[in-house]
Design a protein around this ligand. Structure first.
Ligand code: LLP
Length: 424
């Protein structure tokens, strides 16, 4: 087993060798801290598991789109899985080569499709006939060929901790059934502005079992074989993302086992394999550091009130997600209490943990919320007039303020002022 990220050194949690309390002092709290070495190692481990497969790791930008992180991932050869024009913009700024970008999502607008065509991305992961028609029309207008893969809904239930992160069964809005997929490829075969290059499937997120992937792959390969027999030869199969990490005491996805199941049938067909991991790369590479403001006892309950809450990390509230919480600095002799760790937001759903046993902190202490590198900052909001937090990336002994904390002016930018102007 590899070393736990953000180890405790002389009683204090650290990113690499940089103590988190020093970062909190310098950049304030709440604060996201990422350790690049952890993300890079996760990427290396994934690559090593898939060995000699012809592999494109299209990192899922929605997990964490910070430019400093994206640029480093691109530097390691990763591509990107994007779902919006905003994410495309980010990728281009960060230097992700367009030929390594795939674009998924059920509701791509004409503007987003046009921008992706102009950027010459690797492929659209198409989720409906209507979308493919729009892609065809816009590609024709531009005199270019649009590369696409059809996202197939395999109607597979994969176990995820929350129903909101299951996407592979027929009742979700994602992808199209096998019959419709075949129909789309056949329709496209007669259209010079469309080029079928792949087939795509994504069954959900935070999945720790390899088996559903084997079934999903078998399902799409059957379609690919059928297409090959009709003269439509694809270049890649995109297996989506969703490989689970360890939040509590669950086992993370055994990525080596997954690779053993997946690589042979893909290689046998001479196809390239595209993977879209998000959380697996960045999940444990990030922590949210928050400062304790008050400790409040009310009846039998204890509330640890911190300056971070659901606006910084919505996963506990939205998915009942579990995140380990530890004091940044050990406090020897502190009694252990069972408390709700909550934020300052005016919602009962504003909590980072409920009924959690931890050493009783004092006001001013720092807490680290672990495994917050994925779907932490990207789901942060300005609710309650909150400024989104700063993000710091530690790269060896280098500390990069990867995003400055928002200012009050950031909060009102673009709003109409009483004098008739717009806030700059
Ligand atoms: N590819 C597609 C098409 C996706 O929809 C997703 C995630 C991924 C890849 C990356 O999944 P990952 O490897 O990160 O699990 N906000 C939720 C997770 C939502 C995932 C949405 N799609 C959470 O915090 O658990």
């Amino acid at each position: 087993m590899r070393a736990k990220p953000f180890p405790r050194i002389d009683g204090t949690l650290a990113a690499g060798e940089v103590p988190l309390d020093a970062l909190a002092r310098e950049f304030g709290t709440p604060l996201y801290v990422y350790d690049w070495a952890v993300a890079r190692t996760n990427l290396e481990r994934l690559r090593a598991a898939f060995g000699d497969a012809d592999l494109l790791v299209a990192y899922s930008v929605k997990a964490n789109g910070n430019l400093a992180l994206l640029a480093r991932l691109a530097g390691e050869g990763a591509g990107a899985d994007i779902v919006s024009g905003g994410e495309l913009h980010r990728c281009l700024l960060a230097g992700v080569p367009p030929e390594r970008i795939v674009f998924a999502g059920v509701g791509k607008t004409r503007d987003e499709i046009a921008a992706a065509l102009d950027a010459r991305i690797l492929a659209f992961n198409v989720e409906s006939r209507g979308e493919l028609e729009v892609i065809d029309a816009l590609a024709r207008e531009r005199g270019v060929r649009a590369r696409f893969a059809v996202r197939v809904n395999p109607d597979i239930e994969a176990g995820t901790p929350h129903e909101y992160t299951r996407t592979g069964h027929a009742a979700t809005k994602f992808g199209v059934a096998a019959d419709e997929a075949l129909a789309l490829y056949r329709w496209a075969a007669g259209r010079p502005a469309l080029e079928a290059v792949g087939i795509d499937v994504h069954i959900g997120s935070q999945i720790v079992e390899p088996e559903p992937y084997r079934r999903a792959l078998a399902h799409v390969l059957e379609i690919a074989d059928r297409l090959a027999s009709e003269g439509v030869s694809l270049r890649f199969v995109d297996l989506g993302g969703g490989y689970g990490v360890r939040y509590a005491d669950e086992e993370a996805m055994a990525i080596e086992t997954l690779a053993r199941l997946v690589v042979p049938p893909v290689r046998e067909r001479g196809l390239r394999l595209v993977l879209e991991p998000g959380r697996f790369i960045v999940g444990d590479a990030g922590v949210l550091v928050a400062r304790v403001l008050y400790v409040k006892r009310s009846g039998t309950k204890t509330f640890v009130i911190t300056d971070g809450g659901m606006t910084e990390l919505i996963r506990p509230s939205h998915y009942r997600g579990y995140h380990e919480i530890e004091p940044v600095r050990e406090r020897p002799g502190a009694p252990r209490v069972t408390a709700d760790v909550v934020g300052p937001i005016c919602e009962t759903g504003d909590f980072l943990a409920r009924e959690r046993t931890l050493p009783l902190p004092e006001p001013g202490d720092l807490l680290a919320v672990r495994t917050a590198g994925a779907y932490g900052f990207t789901m942060a909001s300005n609710y309650n007039g909150r400024r989104r937090p700063a993000e710091v990336l530690v790269d060896g002994d280098d500390v990069v303020l990867a995003r400055r904390r928002e200012s009050f002016d950031d909060l009102v930018r673009g709003e109409r002022l009483p004098d008739g102007g717009y806030a700059p």
